[in-house]
Design a protein around this ligand. Structure first.
Ligand code: AMP
Length: 291
């Protein structure tokens, strides 16, 4: 694996990749875990060359978020990537590479303001779409890989690619979980031992809603259910752990993430939630598959 610590160094190597090669990109913010590595493995199974990037993107963090304490584990990350053998080039651009002095151009997918993750983190998706489009331009892949763990991010990036005619196929990899159900995340290292145990309640609550959904879906007389039924089921489970503070529970369209009040059994939905546990914000989601 070639490790490039600057864009200039990477660009020389990128030019040398023959145009016939199929290139896949896996952008990350580092502190790599098996969820990240699964995306790289998927990329390697579909592409000749895999490029990954590690960049903790300042523009997607709000003023009261964890930018300065976001885990940075460059040496361990490089070791993991070397061992996995899925990545050919690792680009670690500098902040100046991505946001040179005088930078003032942003990419913004409009019309997502009512979506709960967007509301909860104002400006977050603008930072994501800006950095992702810049990483696309820097690496010029044919395919780019993102995790279903960040459900709204997937929807927003697919929309950006469609709206701007970006000639890149977006591939979504499934969420990898710890054996007890907690979705893998770089932020899980923030959890105290006690909170780590409590955190399993997130997936338990989503699974309870999924069970309710499957029950209704199996019934011949029902055509839809109300989103509030599903939300109540989740709240019932989460209330077993009073230290879990719910930021939001969203029942959104699988197509565009817009909030649903009624969910058609033939359409399905994505239930996403965000909670605060101690000082850590955790997100997770589950897809309710249609009939
Ligand atoms: P991040 O480093 O958190 O920006 O994540 C980089 C990519 O890895 C994003 O596309 C995430 O959606 C994806 N990802 C994060 N956690 C997981 C997970 N548990 N399973 C699969 N993909 C993940």
């Amino acid at each position: 694996m070639r490790v490039c610590r600057s864009l200039a160094e990477f660009q020389i190597l990128r030019k040398a990749i023959p145009p016939v090669k199929n290139v896949g990109l896996v952008p990350t913010m580092g502190a790599l875990h098996r969820g990240h590595l699964s995306l790289m493995e998927l990329a390697k199974s579909q592409c000749d060359i895999v490029i990954s990037t590690i960049f903790v993107n300042p523009t997607q963090f709000g003023p009261n978020e964890d930018l300065s304490k976001y885990p940075r584990q460059e040496i361990e990350d490089i070791k993991k990537l070397e061992q996995s053998k899925h990545v050919d080039y690792l680009l670690l651009p500098t902040v100046e590479d991505v946001y040179p002095k005088g930078f003032s151009t942003f990419v913004n997918v409009e019309g997502i303001d009512e979506q709960k993750e967007a509301k909860s983190r104002p400006g977050h998706f603008r930072g994501v779409t800006t950095v992702v489009s810049k990483l696309f331009n820097m690496t010029q892949p044919q395919k780019a890989y993102f995790g279903a763990k960040d459900a709204m991010q997937c929807i927003v990036i697919k929309k950006m690619v469609r709206d701007l005619n970006i000639p890149i196929e977006i591939v979504i990899g499934q969420t990898l979980r710890e054996p007890d159900g907690l979705a893998m995340s770089s932020r899980n290292v923030y959890l105290s031992e006690q909170d780590r145990k409590i955190s399993t309640i997130l997936y338990k609550s989503l699974s309870a809603a999924e069970q309710l959904w499957n029950l209704g879906k199996g019934s011949h007389c029902e055509v839809h259910t109300s989103a509030s039924n599903l939300v109540q089921e989740i709240l019932k489970v989460l209330s077993q752990e009073p230290s879990v503070l719910v930021d939001y529970i969203s029942v959104g369209s699988r197509a565009d993430g817009s909030e649903l009040s009624i969910v058609d059994y033939h359409e399905g939905a994505i239930i996403s939630l965000a909670v605060k546990l101690g000082t850590t914000r955790l997100i997770d989601n589950i897809e309710l598959l249609p009939k």
